[in-house]
Design a protein around this ligand. Structure first.
Ligand SMILES: Nc1nc2c(ncn2[C@@H]2O[C@H](COP(=O)(O)OP(=O)(O)OP(=O)(O)O)[C@@H](O)[C@H]2O)c(=O)[nH]1
Ligand SMILES: [Zn+2]
Length: 363
């Protein structure tokens, strides 16, 4: 076996590099690119790119381009040409919607149309996977391998990366131990670790559910604000506690605590979305203005954990039909939907209404 990293390990390095502002090199059969996440880029590095004769464009998603009224020649994304002398402030104003209303961009923005966008698209996927704003400075690179070696940069094989990111990462149970909780003394916490170096997920097993029967299940996505702070902006805290209480009362259940904060965009981006909601946008519009889809979660991880624990059929506590179809698609039978309508208040009333109207939630 090689001692060096495989593609999943290389991707984990690339995500870490982008998060700390270090560029990475993407290498494909058709060419190569140097990539820096807009959010963490430093002025000195942008200058260093230019000093090496590189001309970056700013890759953004079609969602962000729509808000900026920039043309999309690449389908789900656009490559924005940097005007002469554009500095990092310009880059951030395109990438981050926080000042859109106060300082509307002086446009029009120019989008590139020549050449391919494969590496730009992969750059955006990497930014999302790193839980950063989906915007990247991307420059064509000649002699990429020599360049990367000289600058000590991580090199990612683009074709292998696209395949690996599309697949669902295998995960392993690392440990399980008894944790008596208020609703059920006979409770165990299982920790699952994906092999691609992404965040761990947890399974709270209440009682000792029979693996041969459908188990009462909740797929709960992490919500720091709702679960821990008792935020009134959403219904996550009451749903978490309500699900555990029902499992305790029935004597058996599985609550998966999936680390997909903010519907998969991460806590920093969720707070950016909250700040846009303070400016009057709803939960879906805020995601779009940031450049994200309504929901960036991957529920395949949920069915992988259930199967690993030995469950093939569930009674799913949810109001979200997408969760049911994702379970069915990935081989976990949903024999019953158990509604979980709790925690409505004056602050989250609008949020819940938008989820019903735009995301098909059943209330
Ligand atoms: N991006 C974004 N995420 C949010 C917002 N409010 C809550 N969330 C996140 O939304 C997710 C809610 O997860 P769930 O309760 O599991 O899912 P759901 O899709 O509402 O479906 P249910 O099973 O019916 O509750 C959590 O990850 C929260 O952090 C918001 O305004 N913007
Ligand atoms: Zn929440």
């Amino acid at each position: 076996m090689n001692l060096g990293p495989d593609i999943n390990e290389t991707l984990a390095r690339a995500r870490a590099d982008l998060r700390i502002g270090v560029p990475v090199v993407l290498l494909s059969a058709d060419g190569a690119a140097l990539v820096m996440a807009a959010e963490t880029a430093e002025s000195a590095r942008l200058e260093a790119m230019r000093a090496r004769g590189l001309t970056p464009v700013l890759a953004i998603t079609a969602r962000r381009a729509e808000t900026l009224k920039a043309r999309c020649y690449d389908g789900d994304m656009a490559r924005i040409v940097l005007p002469d002398g554009a500095d990092l402030r310009w880059v951030l104003a395109v990438a981050d919607p926080k000042d859109d209303l106060a300082n509307p961009m002086k446009g029009p923005l120019q989008s590139a149309r020549e050449g391919g966008a494969q590496l730009h698209r992969l750059s955006l996927m990497l930014c999302k996977a790193a839980r950063l704003l989906p915007a990247a400075l991307v420059a064509d690179l000649a002699d990429a391998e020599a360049f990367a070696a000289a600058e000590r940069l991580t090199v990612v094989d683009a074709e292998a990366a696209a395949q690996a990111m599309d697949a669902s990462a295998a995960l392993q149970e690392i440990v399980a131990a008894r944790v008596p909780i208020e609703v059920a003394e006979n409770t165990r916490l299982h920790v699952f670790r994906p092999e691609d170096g992404s965040e761990e997920h947890y399974a709270i097993e209440i009682g000792r559910p029979d693996r041969a029967l459908p188990v009462l299940t909740r797929l709960h996505s992490a919500c720091f604000t709702g679960d821990l702070m008792g935020s009134l902006k959403c219904d996550c805290g009451p749903q978490l506690r309500g699900a555990l209480a029902q499992m305790g009362a029935e004597g058996a259940g599985i609550l998966l605590y999936l680390n997909q904060e903010g519907r998969g965009i991460g806590l920093a981006n969720k707070m950016r979305a909250y700040s846009l909601q303070d400016q009057g946008f709803d939960t879906v519009e805020a995601n779009h203005r940031l450049g994200f889809e309504d929901d960036e979660r991957d529920f395949r991880v949920g069915s992988a954990i259930l199967k690993e624990l030995g469950f093939g059929a569930i009674r799913l506590m949810t109001n979200n039909p997408a969760k049911i179809s994702m379970m069915e698609k990935t081989g976990v039978k949903v024999v019953e939907r158990v509604p979980l309508v709790v925690g409505e208040n004056a602050h989250n009333h609008g949020y819940l209404k938008v989820k019903a109207a735009k995301s098909g939630h059943l209330l």
